[in-house]
Design a protein around this ligand. Structure first.
Ligand code: AMO
Length: 435
């Protein structure tokens, strides 16, 4: 029976086999409606005394909400049915039963709290509006992959068990690796640079990254999906920003078409941005914020609130939801960042802010061995502890740079979700290790 199964959304008039979850039952004695749902949509099954065989009526009388059943029947036009077609059942097979009291209601009007939803995520994703988020997320990662393949990038897979921190020692997860201490990778940073040292020239990776961030915010996870790319033979970090903005425009354009139905379910209109996005140096940003009465210490990063405010100001000024904040202070960037030639307290690096939240960090890397050693020392890093990385720069490495984009944040912001956890199927945070 299941061999002939089709998705509910493709049901037309005539014989058909469908299968899915019993989402609702309306019983009027001699007439019974069952709403059956699968990944593609919902349909009404109409069982009537006199029309439906007695044995089938009996089976249907026994089923409960969220049971999984397969139905063989006839598709018939009915203007009163939800999608204009109903199913008249001829054969019903019970595939799985469900307990009658569910820990999370699928169709309840009252919205459950996020922790309850996440505790019961397998039920939560039965809701069309939640499933739509993950369909869009899937299309985003597919589109990103296409973008890079079309431009001749190599997809790489770098280790997630590593010997040292790349971003900062403070938020790295130590693990026991046999008798040694190892860490979960915070970023593929060293390895995408190693790919440049190896002459791969243009690489990308979509993979998990781990951050031991204890704070509870709506935009931090302890495990997130990082979209990284790295390219060689760049003239400046402008080359990187150009790819990053092209990637964003390409992705949003593509998913707007591919996910029309999901955007409808979520009642979202997607605005396609135009490149180039505004570029504002950090030095300008301090001034712009100061004019609005927001004081950020010269040489410091923007905190969450000033970043949000900055996004608002840019939206007002340039009509753009995206803005590159460029030339970050050396003080707040990692040791591998390339410093401006004539103003070494500033760097050739940037963040991309979307709707007031950082979604991308990138920049040119220091590829000159001597300078890299100096930078390590200035940041209090003993180069010998990361010799496997540093030694590459003794053997010919072209000027290069790249970016890391947080996929979870992109999905959250695109869909205006209130929390990054909603954009992640099974989020990890300081309290959540299950499901
Ligand atoms: P950074 O540490 O800024 O840079 O991270 C890059 C992007 O990853 C996302 N991100 C996170 N998302 C959710 N939860 C977190 N805890 C979290 N931490 C980071 C953000 C951020 O903009 N190696 C550099 C990138 C590079 O220069 O290529 C890096 O990892 O969207």
């Amino acid at each position: 029976m299941l061999k002939k199964r089709v998705y509910i959304s493709s049901v037309k008039e005539g014989p058909v086999v469908i299968a899915g979850w019993v989402r609702e039952i309306r019983d009027f004695g001699s007439l019974k409606f069952i709403i059956l749902a699968d990944r593609s949509g919902e349909i009404q099954i109409t069982a009537k005394k006199g029309e439906t065989p007695e044995n089938i009526l009996k089976i249907l009388d026994g089923v409960g909400k969220e049971w999984v059943i397969a139905v063989e029947g006839i598709g018939r036009k009915n203007e009163k049915a939800p999608n204009g077609v109903e199913i008249v059942p001829k054969e019903v097979k019970i595939l799985s039963e469900s307990e009658s009291v569910l820990p999370l209601e699928i169709r309840s009007k009252a919205k459950a709290e996020l922790p309850t939803r996440l505790d019961n995520r397998f039920l939560d994703i039965r809701k069309p509006e939640v499933r739509a988020i993950f369909k869009i997320r899937s299309e985003i990662s597919n589109t990103i992959r296409n973008f890079f393949y079309e431009r001749g990038f190599l997809e790489i897979h770098t280790p997630k068990i590593v010997a040292s921190a790349t971003e900062s020692g403070a938020n790295v997860f130590p693990i026991l690796y046999f008798e040694k201490e190892a860490f979960l990778a915070q970023s593929p940073q060293f390895y995408k640079q190693a790919a440049m040292a190896g002459g791969l020239e243009r690489v990308f990776e979509i993979a998990p990254a781990f951050r031991a961030e204890k704070h509870h915010t709506i935009r931090h996870l302890t495990e997130y999906t990082s979209v990284d790319f790295e390219i060689s033979f760049i003239d400046s970090y402008e080359d990187l920003m150009r790819i990053a903005e092209e990637l964003i425009v390409y992705t949003l354009k593509n998913i707007k078409d591919r996910c029309e139905n999901e955007f409808k379910i979520l009642k979202k209109e997607i605005e396609i941005p135009t490149a180039p996005f505004p570029r504002i140096t950090m030095r300008e940003a301090y001034k712009i914020l100061k004019e609005k009465g927001i004081e950020v210490e010269y040489g410091d990063e923007l905190d969450t609130e000033s970043e949000r405010k900055f996004g608002e100001i840019i939206k007002e000024k340039f009509g753009s939801e995206f803005v590159f904040l460029t030339e970050f202070p050396w003080k707040v960037r990692p040791f591998y960042t390339y410093r401006k030639e004539d103003e070494i307290e500033w760097t050739c690096s940037f963040d991309l802010i979307y709707k007031g939240v950082e979604i991308v960090t990138g920049g040119q890397r220091e590829h000159r061995y001597e300078k890299l050693i100096e930078n390590c020392k200035e940041k209090g890093i003993n180069p010998e502890t990361i010799d496997f990385y540093i030694r590459m720069f003794r053997y010919g490495v072209p000027p290069h740079g790249g970016c890391g984009l947080g996929l979870d944040r992109l999905v959250m912001l695109l869909l205006d979700l209130p929390n990054v956890r909603e954009a992640t199927l099974f989020p990890r945070d300081p309290e959540r290790l299950e499901p």
